[in-house]
Write a protein that binds this ligand. Sequence first.
Ligand code: ADP
Ligand code: MG
Length: 680
Amino acid sequence: MNELFKSISKLKGVGEKRSLAYAKLRISTPYDLLYHLPRHYLDYTSPITIADAAFGEIAVLKLTIVSKFSPQHIRKGFSIYKAVATDGTDNITIVFYNTGYIFDTLNIGSEYCMSGKISGNIIKKEILSPHIIPADSKNLIRPVYRLTTGLTLSRITSDMQVAVDIFKREPFEWMPESILKDHSLMTLQDALPEIHFPSSMEKAAAARRRLAFDELLELQLGLSMYKKRSRSDSANKMREDTDITKFFEMLPFAMTNSQREAVDDICSDLAKSVPMNRLLQGDVGSGKTVVAAAACYFAIKNGFQAALMAPTEILAVQHYYTISKFLEPLGVKVDLLTGSVKSKERKSVIASAASGETGLLVGTHAIFQKDVEFLNLALVITDEQHRFGVTQRSMLAEKGGTPHKLVMSATPIPRTLALIIYGDLDISVLRELPGGRKPIETYAVTGKLRQRSYNFIKQQLSAGRQGYIVCPMIEENSGELQAAATYAEDIAQNAFSGYRVGLLHGKLSSKEKDAVMESFQKHEIDLLVCTTVVEVGIDVPNATVMLIENSDRFGLSQLHQLRGRVGRGKHQSYCILMTDHVTDESRQRLRLMSSTTDGFKIAEEDLKMRGPGDFFGQRQHGLPPLKIADLTKDMLLFEETKNLTREILEKDPELNLPEYRALRLEVLRLFALTAENGMN
Ligand code: ADP
Ligand code: MG
């Protein structure tokens, strides 16, 4: 076996102890080490003069040591080491704290390149704990790596040199010659050494491009192969010509074109013998629920059962009422099961699902508890899936064998990201808002306009409308929670005395939340003060105004979700973004919010500003993480590899051709590794 794939403890000079430190970085072989890429580089190729080195900045200098002082031992465990150096234009003092071993390597009269922060004063500049290399070193561009306790930069760098040397002796390549040529890629043989010890910054960039290309291509090849595999299961095939016109006739409105298209997509999937795996993506208020109801009706007319799962009790209840209204007149039994359904009721719901009497069971994840069984469940719909944990989702997968699956998401995920994250799903998008809706007018204001904003809200309330005031709360922080309660109390007594003010926040029990929501829905509350709990799909068409306090605290996509709670009825709606924290960035963000209601555009911007990592927060999506490529910066590379993936798979769907054999192994390795790490 190639040395690169043995334990890293066997690498020259590493040993057991340091291999434990490497384990913390998830590095267990020299090969893993090779893929521990530099975060950035220290470029010693163009040093500046001492005179040009600015205070507080990191500078690269080329210095000759003039003299060394004796170390000052200030107290036990704290020593200062100083040396004076020159670059011919001026002198500078080099200062180290406690790192005598580096100080000891400096020789008077020798020349070094150094990189460090400049401090001191105008008369006497200092460079603090600099990184140092000999001026005659042949590697003038030095990698900087992510470190961990027990691993210093110089240790990793020298271990890396050993690993790179092994690779250079026995290089390999999985990319066919033709691809390298067509896409102007560096060979792996050049790319791995160059990414760690670049001969120029241009070479480093070319090496990175090659490795990012590998990563994006392998990810997409793997996803496509995986997709084929999961689709080979057989499913409950339904009749393509199932007539659901009765459903359309019964609706109090006409479906939009994109709703019709989505229903068509779904029904033709349901008529296939492989399970549907589709994402229904639609901006808030685009009408996903009706589409879901149509799909359920289609399945139920075929004699099957359907289940719809919502992430919260409030939403489940809301779906239950909405969908029963559509389906019960058509003779479908719709049931509700959540954590707070009483045991007697629960028994009868369970019995009805097991007997097949229930057509559609709506609920929270309670519908997938052990004792809930279906006679013939064929369609499972999840709303706002990004709010479910991995465990709930796998529970769901187990339950129905291989039911058709529809996922609804109100997060307008940028296309590129959706393809990566939901790579094994088909996508339907609801692009238009149902007719008659006027785009929400949005205004960004500071606290100076608070009184005017309140007056504006009062006008709306007096005209018979309702409103929201959102106070941001960081989860689990009782101080802020208190702030929302105090806020509600205050405005109820002062600014909004005479109006009915309610309070909704995450710390209420689900029963209390439901009670508040119900009063708001029944218009027993005029103005609802709430934390972000309203973000999830609440539907009160009479609510026409929302004021968001400290709006700079929210991400753009989240603001967009919040704002979507108004503008759901026939009245013109308004959103006021209040903030006193005005920076250029926040101004730019709020201006974007005022200028567009296009969720996809907002999501693209959000992605640009925050990056894909933050976009989904801690969400696990079960894919190999992108370690090299960056979706916000590598869009072009992504397109290039996407097209190539399609070309390759058209020619050779299983990557069995000899030219793709090495690539195939690499793809399998990548995905097997991911499964091993428990990320699938
Ligand atoms: P979301 O996609 O946010 O889940 P909903 O399904 O809750 O949207 O729909 C928002 C509102 O629009 C609901 O009150 C729904 O009844 C209504 N609606 C849905 N489709 C149409 C349509 N084609 N025409 C008019 N109103 C519609
Ligand atoms: Mg919804």
